[in-house]
Design a protein around this ligand. Structure first.
Ligand code: NAD
Length: 484
């Protein structure tokens, strides 16, 4: 098998296997071929992961931040050195074209390690004068954090969660998605090579039940999930039983609003990036593309012309621009949405089929026009390369319609009128917004959702607050004034 790791889990600095766990087959999405066989974590494996994390965290949390930072920087350098090999593995695990995995997945993970390495030693507390006495504050680690990943950016997610967690002195037990379990194991190995003490980043495999068993353990202080809204609701509820901290990075149905005065080429390019990158399997995608009536015909014509040129095919080929969906299940979901969109009366502009697909789970870049707010395609997250184009006339109308959803992950506006751009963005209910750009998520910028799309933020200074807690220390400098 092409991508068989040394063992299923990585715990306390070692590869760990327990064949008693149910099998997980890892399939290459372009062919359906089995590329690795792993086992789910048994209760004994979960126990070992949590126990070693809890023990290792004690010394790590007391280290100088600059010493922790050095380890993260070294790990980032190792990721960059092994960039090609890691990109190849990510392509096998996810089916994403090598063009993307070379520049987006691991490189953005390495950015996070570098960024939080730089930030960690700068985190300080406050001194609060109280006349004679004073209070000072310390930002302390939470303890053992659990990270649970989705399958769309498996290695980036493992980095985005572990980098701030480790930088702030926590340990992390990470459970990747059972669909794409391979990248996180490489990260665990890299951390050890970079000098991270054993136990601080453990990877355990498994489906939802394995994730659930991690959350309810009393040693766990925090859970950070990237996944769908229904999973988020379950994980949040379970975390609440132990009053654990949470970060929830969930789904979306984000609006991308294009006004008549926008640059046509830029707006078309952004709409394509916002729907077809990673075969549309991106949480922040702008899947409701609202186009003002005056630009509609030109926009659709240019979009159709550019979309048919997208090169779909073998993800390992340097020239391929779009690969398959991640799994047979995802293919079934996406093709179901396409069939129902047609039945509901949306107009198919381009795509809609499987292309010249071989055995893989391919879907063509697909555009529907004349989509209305009530259609399923405008309400539900498809998570595939399916763009819904909706018409609008006025600014006021489009803001109301853009916000008429329970989701609130992201939003974008294209216009040359800067006043309008800021005015509109100011009224959109979304955690992550773009003006004349889309889906750029540099590590420096906080990322996360409003409403049902999430709680907390990853990246930026904001992430530091979600992986630490404040201790207030009252310093009495005078005699104690007891009234008895
Ligand atoms: P999912 O919700 O099916 O699974 C996510 C993870 O949760 C997996 O590791 C899964 O094993 C685990 N899980 C499932 N049930 C669980 C339970 N009861 N307790 C604990 N863990 C459990 O999501 P997915 O299909 O892997 O990913 C796609 C979804 O993720 C989409 O909705 C997408 O929008 C979202 N997503 C969000 C972001 C973001 O940053 N906001 C990023 C990527 C993906």
């Amino acid at each position: 098998m092409k991508a068989q790791p040394k063992a299923s889990h990585f715990i306390d600095g070692e590869w760990v296997e327990d064949a008693a766990g149910a099998e997980i087959q890892v399939l290459y999405p372009a062919t359906g071929e089995v590329i690795a066989r792993l086992h789910e974590a048994t209760p004994a494996v979960i126990e070992r992961a949590l126990a070693s994390a809890a023990l290792a965290q004690q010394a790590w949390g007391r280290m100088r931040p600059v010493d922790r930072a050095r380890v993260l920087s070294k790990a980032a350098a190792l990721i960059r050195e092994r960039g090609e090999e890691l990109a190849q593995l990510e392509t096998l695990d996810t089916g994403k074209p090598i063009q993307e995995t070379r520049v987006a997945d691991w490189p953005s993970g390495a950015d996070a390690l570098e960024y939080f390495a730089g930030l960690a030693p700068t985190v300080t507390g406050e001194t609060i004068p109280l006349g004679q006495d004073m209070v000072y504050t310390l930002r302390e680690p939470l303890g053992v954090c659990v990270g649970i990943g989705a399958w769309n950016y498996p290695s980036q997610i493992a980095c985005w969660k572990s980098a701030p967690a480790l930088a702030m002195g926590n340990a992390m037990v990470f459970k990747p998605s059972e669909v794409t379990p391979l990248g996180a194991l490489q990260l665990a190995q890299i951390y050890i090579e970079a000098g991270l003490p054993a136990g601080l980043f453990n990877v355990v495999q498994g489906r939802g039940a394995a994730g659930a068993s991690l959350i309810s353990d009393p040693r766990v202080a925090k859970v950070s999930l990237t996944g769908s809204v229904p999973t988020g609701q379950k994980v949040y509820a379970k975390a609440a039983e132990g009053l654990r901290h949470v970060t929830m990075e969930l789904g979306g149905k984000s609006p991308l609003i294009i006004f008549d005065d926008a640059s046509l080429e830029d707006a078309v390019g952004a709409a394509m990036l916002a729907n077809f990158y990673s075969s549309g399997q991106v949480c922040s995608n702008g899947t409701r593309v609202f186009v003002q009536k005056g630009l509609k015909d030109q926009f659709l014509a240019r979009l159709a012309a550019r979309a048919v040129k997208i090169r779909m095919g073998d993800p390992q080929d340097d020239e391929t621009q779009m690969g398959p969906l991640v799994s047979a299940l995802q293919l079934e979901k996406v093709t179901g949405y396409i069939a129902r969109a047609k039945a509901e009366g949306a107009r198919l502009v381009t795509g809609g089929g499987r292309g010249a697909a071989n055995d893989g789970w391919f879907v063509e870049p697909t555009v529907f026009a004349d989509v209305t707010d009530q259609m399923e395609l405008a309400r539900e997250e498809v998570f595939g390369p399916v763009m819904a184009v909706l018409d609008f006339e006025t600014e006021e109308e489009v803001i109301a319609r853009a916000n008429a959803t329970d989701f609130g992950l992201a939003a974008g506006v294209f216009t040359r009128d800067i006043t309008r751009a800021h005015r509109v963005i100011g009224q959109l209910q979304a955690g992550t917004c773009w003006i004349n750009a889309y889906n750029l998520t540099p590590v420096e910028a906080p990322f996360g959702g409003a409403k049902m799309s999430g709680v907390g933020r990853e990246n930026g200074h904001a992430a530091i607050e979600h992986y630490s807690q404040v201790k207030s220390v009252y310093l009495g400098l005078g005699p104690v004034d007891a009234p008895y």
